[in-house]
Design a protein around this ligand. Structure first.
Ligand SMILES: CC(=O)N[C@H]1[C@@H](OP(=O)(O)OP(=O)(O)OC[C@H]2O[C@@H](n3ccc(=O)[nH]c3=O)[C@H](O)[C@@H]2O)O[C@H](CO)[C@@H](O)[C@@H]1O
Ligand SMILES: C=C(OP(=O)(O)O)C(=O)O
Length: 434
């Protein structure tokens, strides 16, 4: 099993190219199921979840192909397609639930395994099921599978008003994709507003979908009879960018993150600035001109010069839960006390015990973690427990004196595109070992 060996204590300086977002690429790969015409995605990140999703689509009969330097991947979901997502391919990846909406919308039936258990919380899919039922689907859960079909004589889902009990990112994406081919209007109330949802909606519009209000809490979709192919560029990964911002902030140094959009990270950037990190957006306040036109410049005098920041995770545009662990690593070494509150997932403090093994001072009380900053971290062997927990251990290892060995980095490989190469490129002493 691969591990990362880090020799800490070096500042990070230079340039990093941020990849396409995992959480946009995965739903967009599923959206290719909505048409029998070829679809091309560019800027697809090279990571394990993308390979798993590709296998899942291949297994259904979609013809997939990679091409070009810039993460080009094409998909052709021509008939016959088997509308099924088996457990073996679904167990490691939550996003496989995103096959349900498109399969049901195009083929009128689907059999999708419930996603496997995950370290950060129970993560039920009740809202996905309830919303698709409101659109007229019959869905039963049997033998670990969601088995969905349309009532006899019905060939399309029906538009509906869907109000979810909580804001759900993949739930919103499933309804959005399903509604594109449904009969009539669908209104999604309490919709998620993440940039990845906006990016998916923009792709669907290129495919002929009629969508309004994406990026707000109410999305309206007028269903159409068929969608066509398109070429779409995956939006930059704001969580990868945020992870590098925290790494440079903690170690000290100066870096430019190419293809990153500061606006998508407003809540994190604000906290970094309050901590004393210099962060500047290059290329304008929005991403209208495409990822190439954007970059983020970061400069930090190192953790000792920074002030730890309290924050609460919340839905976009609030502070992302996917940045909680990485910012906590920074708070451990910055000066002063801070409190981190996790409101999205009930079990997303798994990194705490491992950070403590490196010398961090953290106390958990329910959904709050109290951190005494200014810790002098020292290297140790630590175990990654989930994707962002792994990233927080890498950041801590980059600061710690001596050697840190991060075990079980298959979690990291799920969602980061060549993280250690990118870190090495800006001066980190980090290597992958068996
Ligand atoms: C592939 C992808 O895009 N993953 C992201 C997505 O996950 P994901 O879409 O799975 O997360 P959700 O937004 O759905 O989850 C938010 C909360 O709602 C709960 N819930 C959700 C659906 C449901 O049917 N029932 C239910 O109870 C969840 O357990 C959680 O407590 O958004 C999360 C929150 O920003 C991010 O951490 C993940 O990186
Ligand atoms: C929790 C995450 O991903 P997933 O929903 O794919 O598990 C994440 O990206 O931090």
């Amino acid at each position: 099993m691969d591990k990362l060996l880090i020799r800490g204590g070096r500042p990070l300086n230079g340039e990093v190219v941020i990849s396409g977002a995992k959480n946009a690429a995965l739903p967009e790969m599923c959206a290719t199921l909505l048409t029998d015409e070829p679809v091309t995605l560019v800027n697809v990140p090279r990571l394990h979840d993308v390979r798993t999703m590709r296998k899942l689509l291949d297994n259904m009969g979609v013809k997939t192909e990679t091409h070009g330097e810039r993460g080009g991947m094409s998909f052709h979901a021509a008939d016959p397609i088997t509308p099924e997502a088996p457990y073996e391919l679904v167990k490691t990846m939550r996003a496989s639930v995103l096959a349900l909406g498109p399969l049901l919308a195009r083929f009128g039936r689907a059999r999708v395994s419930l996603p496997g258990g995950c370290a950060i919380g129970s993560r039920p899919v009740d809202q996905h099921i309830k919303g698709l039922q409101a659109m007229g689907a019959d869905i039963v859960v049997e033998h670990g599978y969601m088995v969905a079909s349309l009532p006899a004589g019905q060939t399309r889902l029906k538009g509906a008003r869907i109000t979810t009990d909580m804001v759900t990112v993949t739930g919103t994406e499933n309804f959005l994709m399903a509604a594109c081919l449904a009969e009539g209007e669908t209104v999604l109330e309490n919709a998620a507003q993440e940039p990845e949802i906006t990016d998916l909606a923009e792709m669907l519009i290129k495919m002929g979908a009629r969508i309004e209000g994406h990026g707000t809490g109410r999305i309206r979709i007028q269903g159409v009879e068929r969608l066509h192919g398109c070429t779409h560029e995956v939006v930059a990964d704001r969580i990868e960018a945020g992870t590098f911002l925290c790494a440079v902030a903690a170690t000290g140094g100066e870096a430019t993150l190419q293809h990153a959009c500061a606006h998508h990270l407003d809540a994190v950037v604000e906290k970094l600035r309050e901590a004393g990190v210099e962060v500047a957006a290059i290329g304008g306040p929005d991403c209208e001109r495409g990822p190439k036109a954007h970059a983020i410049h970061v400069r930090s005098a190192g953790a000792a010069a920074l002030k730890a920041q309290s924050f609460r995770t919340i839905e976009y545009p609030g502070f992302p839960t996917d940045m909680q662990a990485q910012f906590m690593a920074l708070n451990c070494v910055a000066s002063g006390a801070s409190m981190v509150t996790e409101t999205i997932f009930e079990n997303r403090f798994m990194h705490v015990n491992e950070l403590v093994r490196l010398g961090a001072q953290i106390h958990i009380d329910g959904r709050n973690a109290m951190i005494d900053g200014g810790a002098q971290l020292t290297g140790a062997t630590v175990m990654a427990t989930d994707l962002r927990a792994s990233a927080s251990l890498v950041i801590a290892g980059l600061v710690a004196e001596g050697e840190t060995l991060v075990d079980r980095i298959y979690h990291l490989d799920r969602g980061y595109d060549q993280m250690e190469e990118k870190l090495r490129g800006i001066g980190a002493d980090i290597e992958r070992i068996q």
